[in-house]
Design a protein around this ligand. Structure first.
Ligand code: HEM
Length: 447
């Protein structure tokens, strides 16, 4: 570690604002190329692109850094007291309550349930095979992620709620990133806030219907919604408990599906540009016997598929940035950042930092073979964040992503029609606007 102070530079204010209409991840990438590992973005925030600096910040999370930056405030406006932005004892209690439900062990007990739900969604694709029709597989990934989260996290059938859940999530997450780096208090009736109030009513209605439907009949606390409802929604619960329960369920309604839908959509986008790799995955998937049994170690049986999924997540970590505020003046690796400043860790840039990745913008799944993975420090690849606030849904997400890719390719011959240019949705997560695809049934129907 070097002790000499390093100069931090960045774009002039006018240039910053001129380019700030670009999708933030791509604009931040331009900034890394021009200004290096740590970039000063006017007086608004410091952009961190170096994995060691990112890791040190996230390891000191909550002690020296908190989420009271403008993104944190906007996120709180959308998700209320939910775990993403809660702090102190409240955060620790929420995390303690939900950790066991989302642990690898509990999640993998539900593999067969996940498979049944994925098959049910894939059954709905059959009409698409008849007409040789071009369809948007990214949109279908939204359906898949909503239906699986309904079954596994909420123990409910979301089929009649898909469009509504997509709508509220897009509006809510767009609000979080619109207007970086400013924050306007919620009580001021801006257009954005009025929209948010409208969708909040819709979300509360969806969640209250689920809570009512469950009534007092919750038998096991093996899934997320049941755990939250029995812990916070019982007859002795306070008003505050019930608000927390609704906010947490709201966090999980959007958080439990949208990043998975985006990651799967990004995967299909990337794989569409790399048809040779797609063919290798198809060969691997179809080499498995019809009665292949999925257990918690099934990932190891699909090394080609795994490497491609991880490489897609490296190139496009859908939660592309993590925001914090410095509670103290701090110095890391020779960089000094003053107290009170906002910090944006760009996971997109950490994953593409040319000091740590050869040819970083190129899709090279072999980076994730056993040998290369073993020799790389773990924090160079952190799509789920790092430290004690690392994503709580990581095991669940990986299981759904893997099963969706594998089962889709077992049942259908997928052809992706590559897009001339990646166009992403305007939302807090990185998600392609559209990924055109065609499918046909393969002879070996493997259900
Ligand atoms: C591919 C899918 C996903 C990705 C890439 C992802 C990414 C992330 C990242 C980067 C963070 C850290 C944010 C920070 O430090 O500020 C995070 C936190 C979080 N994620 Fe995820 N996530 C995914 C899926 C999920 C799912 C399925 C759930 C819910 C079941 C979930 C719930 C949460 C929660 C509650 C937090 C806050 C944790 C805390 O502060 O203790 N995420 N996620």
């Amino acid at each position: 570690m070097e002790s000499t102070t390093k100069q931090i530079t960045g774009p002039p204010l006018l240039k910053f604002f001129r380019k700030s209409s670009m999708f933030p991840a791509f604009y931040f990438h331009d900034l890394m190329r021009e200004y290096g590992d740590v970039v000063k973005c006017g007086s608004f925030f410091y952009l961190i692109n170096h994995p060691d600096v990112a890791k040190q910040i996230l390891n000191r999370d909550q002690k020296d850094f908190n989420q009271e930056d403008f993104i944190g405030k906007r996120t709180q406006t959308v998700f209320g007291l939910g775990m993403v932005t809660s702090k102190g004892d409240m955060w620790a209690n929420e995390r303690r309550l939900l950790n066991p439900v989302l642990s690898s062990k509990t999640i993998h007990k539900h593999i067969s349930e996940a498979n049944i739900e994925i098959d049910r969604v894939l059954d709905n694709w059959i009409p698409l095979t008849k007409s040789n029709k071009i369809f948007d597989i990214a949109d279908k990934m939204g359906d898949m992620a909503i239906m699986t989260s309904g079954r596994l996290l909420f123990d409910t059938d979301f089929s009649s709620k898909i469009d509504e859940i997509k709508e509220v999530t897009i509006i809510g997450t767009k609000y979080i990133v619109d207007g970086i780096p400013f924050f306007i208090p919620y009580w001021i009736p801006t257009l954005g806030h009025l929209k948010l109030r409208r969708i909040n009513k819709k979300i509360d209605a969806i969640l209250n219907a689920i809570i009512q439907e469950k009534g007092n009949s919750i038998k096991n606390r093996d899934n997320l919604a049941n755990t939250l409802i029995s812990a916070l929604g019982g007859p002795n619960s306070t008003r505050q408990d019930r608000r927390l329960m609704l906010d947490e369920l709201k966090t999980m309604l959007a958080g439990g599906y949208f990043p998975i839908a985006c990651s799967l959509s990004m995967f299909w986008h990337v794989i569409g540009e790399n048809p040779n790799c797609l063919q290798k995955i198809k060969d691997e998937v179809r080499s498995k016997p019809r009665d292949y049994v999925y257990n918690e170690r099934f990932y190891q049986d699909f090394p080609v598929t795994s490497s491609a999924i991880f490489e897609a997540m490296r190139l496009y970590p859908v939660a592309f940035s993590i925001w914090r505020k410095a509670k103290i003046k701090f110095s890391i690796d020779g960089y000094i950042i003053p107290k009170g400043k906002t910090i944006c860790i760009s996971l997109f840039n950490v994953h593409r930092n040319p000091k740590f990745w050869n040819d970083p913008n190129k899709f090279m799944p072999e980076r994730f073979n056993q040998e290369e993975s073993k020799n790389r420090p773990k924090h160079h690849f952190m799509p789920f964040g790092w430290g004690n606030r690392k994503c709580i849904g990581d095991h669940y997400s990986m299981m759904i992503i893997f099963l969706t890719v594998i089962k889709t390719l077992m049942r259908y011959d997928v052809k992706i029609i590559p897009a001339p240019k990646l166009v992403v949705k305007s939302a807090a997560l990185m998600c392609p606007e559209k990924v055109n695809a065609k499918i046909s049934i393969i002879d070996r129907v493997n259900k």
